[in-house]
Design a protein around this ligand. Structure first.
Ligand code: OMP
Length: 291
């Protein structure tokens, strides 16, 4: 497995772990992830056709406008896959352009399968020689946390990261995630505990993140996973940066709030996109400073 494309640790020559790279990006650029979700309605709002050239124009405009400003981009794979191979080619180009410009890319693919198939997903997103290699990928642990092992192993080798769904932003998630597992803990808590074990001893924090919706109002779970906490749901789903302290408490410094539509709708003007992202980054900074 090649580790091309991943910055290396100057001292050891090994790929620098994603957790260290993300911590630095969050500390220097601010704690904000902008999702790239090319909904047909957004393309229409930008005056673009809902086709491959429209997808490409939309995506590259977002990348060019924000790549030197935001810590992380989170392209949502489904919005590219819906156009077939030509849409995936746009996604490949966007990932390369964003990484080239210094932003980290978290591929939102939410993959999860039996371990032997999970290895193929890991090869797709977490092997540095793959055309879709990303700094990190979202995965679902609901086939059992250990089914994710091939992705966790591949991430360690290539210096990339894995974000595991724990408490999702949608109201339906509670049915599964808040259910009580054997031993009396919630299913989500078991996932969080397993993430904690993966990140044990890592500094500044580990490369295995948890996804915890900003919409939850309160976590109702122990979020001290020694890793990043991706918090989608800010903006279009109704959460605001001011809601973050109540959900994340003492883990606030590790939170990476994510906004897609509420930033993207400000395009196609690059300055307006930059201003919208800067407003959210400022609001997040203010929410963190207030506690
Ligand atoms: O993993 C995710 O990114 C994710 C997890 C979750 O619990 N909720 C959630 O909304 N997301 C993603 O975050 C993005 C939210 O988009 P907006 O609601 O437009 O900001 C979408 O791409 C979702 O698929």
């Amino acid at each position: 497995m090649s580790t091309q494309g991943t910055p290396q640790d100057a001292r050891t020559g090994a790929p620098e772990p994603f957790g260290a790279r993300l911590r630095r990006a969050m500390d220097t650029r601010g704690q904000l992830c902008v999702g790239i979700d090319p909904h047909g309605s957004l393309l229409e709002g930008w005056g673009l056709a809902d086709d491959v050239p429209g997808l490409e124009r939309f995506t590259m405009t977002v990348v060019e406008a924000l790549a030197e400003q935001v810590a992380v981009f989170k392209p949502q794979s489904a919005f590219f896959e819906r156009f077939g191979s030509r849409g995936v080619a746009v996604l490949e180009r966007a990932v390369a352009a964003a990484r080239e410009a210094g932003a980290l890319v978290l591929m939102d693919a939410k993959r999860g399968d039996i371990g032997s198939t999970m290895a193929a997903y890991a090869a797709t997103y977490l092997d540095a020689s793959s055309p879709l290699f990303s700094d990190a990928v979202t995965v679902s642990p609901y086939l059992g946390f250990e089914s994710l092992r091939p992705a966790l192993d591949a991430a360690r080798i290539s210096g990339s990261g894995v974000f595991v769904l724990a408490l999702t932003s949608n109201p339906e998630g509670a049915q599964v995630q808040r259910a009580t597992a054997a031993g009396g803990r919630s299913v989500a808590q078991l996932v969080l505990d397993a993430i904690m074990v993966e990140n044990a001893g890592e500094a500044p924090f580990g490369s295995v993140g948890a996804v915890v919706g900003a919409t939850l109002r309160e976590a109702g779970a122990d979020l001290a996973v020694n890793g990043p906490l991706l918090a989608p749901g800010v903006g279009a789903q109704g959460a605001t940066p001011a809601d973050l302290p109540a959900v994340f408490g003492k883990e606030l410094r590790n939170v990476l709030p994510s906004v897609s539509r509420a930033v993207l709708r400000h395009g196609p003007d690059a300055a307006a996109l930059r201003a919208a992202a800067a407003r959210y980054a400022d609001e997040v900074r203010a929410a963190l400073a207030a506690v």
